[in-house]
Design a protein around this ligand. Structure first.
Ligand SMILES: O=C(O)CCC(=O)C(=O)O
Length: 261
């Protein structure tokens, strides 16, 4: 794969296996964090009311989609070795990027997101098929819309009831500092929460899926020719640009499928 498989500690592996998530504290160096914030803010500004429309829009949060197409900086993000090692631990050696989006919870927002597993996926006979990473561009606090997670729920092999807005008795708020990255087995029930502060809570979601699943956003269709032409061999591989099975899997439908279900 794209890592040497030597960075994760036993504790981090255990956390992914048992809790279903692991926090990689301070993974983003300050200059990367600053550059990502700048790019995300600029894109929100440029895209205005259309932001997120390639994928989905939400009442209590602003979203951006198709980020690999929107800045060279994101090519580094999708190939971050520590994150890829976590993803490999969850999904096995053959996986690809499913989508790269941003989500900024609006100040004074009212509602939590319902608990969900990404893409409504349930583990099957091959094991887990979805793994997400939440890149914190702001501190995640008790008050500003930190992600809630239900540790261990990835092992239940079932989805929460649709519209599960209520607090789950076992849920934890995942708090952290800007610059942290939280990698989660995305079968684990999770969701955004309301932001009761006066500032937005920004995050990037770098979402991966197993080799035999369609991408949430079919990258070959969504990336411009000029972006595709400059990509490294590793980037092409993680984006599944030369993967005939991925083409087949993504051929039906619009090239985008539901995220939060
Ligand atoms: O941004 C977050 O806190 C989590 C969002 C999420 O789970 C989703 O949009 O599916």
């Amino acid at each position: 794969m794209l890592t040497d498989g030597i960075m994760l500690t036993d504790d981090q592996r255990r956390s992914l296996d048992e809790e279903g998530y692991v926090a990689l504290r301070g993974l983003m160096p300050p200059d990367l964090l600053a550059a990502l914030r700048r790019r995300i803010d600029d894109l929100f500004e440029e895209e205005g009311d259309n932001a997120g429309s390639e994928f989905k829009q939400e009442p209590d949060a602003r979203r951006l989609a198709n980020l690999v197409n929107k800045g060279e900086i994101f090519e580094q993000v999708i190939l971050t070795p520590q994150v890829l090692e976590c993803v490999e631990h969850v999904l096995g050696p053959r996986f690809k990027l499913s989508s790269l989006n941003a989500r900024s919870t609006n100040p004074h927002s009212e509602a939590d997101q319902p608990l969900h597993a990404d893409s409504g996926a349930i583990a099957d006979e091959l094991g887990y098929s979805v793994c997400n990473s939440v890149w914190l561009l702001d501190d995640f606090t008790e008050a500003n819309g930190a992600t809630r997670m239900v540790p261990g729920s990835h092992r239940w092999r079932q989805l929460p009831e649709p519209g599960f807005y209520a607090p789950h008795p076992a849920q934890q708020l995942v708090l952290g500092k800007a610059g942290d990255v939280v990698v989660m087995n995305a079968h684990m029930w999770h969701g955004g929460t309301a932001n009761r502060t006066a500032s937005p809570r920004r995050a990037i979601h770098v979402y991966y899926t197993r080799w035999d699943q369609p991408q949430q956003q079919y990258q070959k269709q969504w990336l411009s020719a000029s972006v595709q032409s400059r990509l490294s061999k590793d980037a092409r591989r993680i984006l599944a640009l030369d993967d005939a099975l991925n083409d087949e899997l993504c051929a039906t439908g619009s090239g985008k499928s539901g995220f939060m279900k």
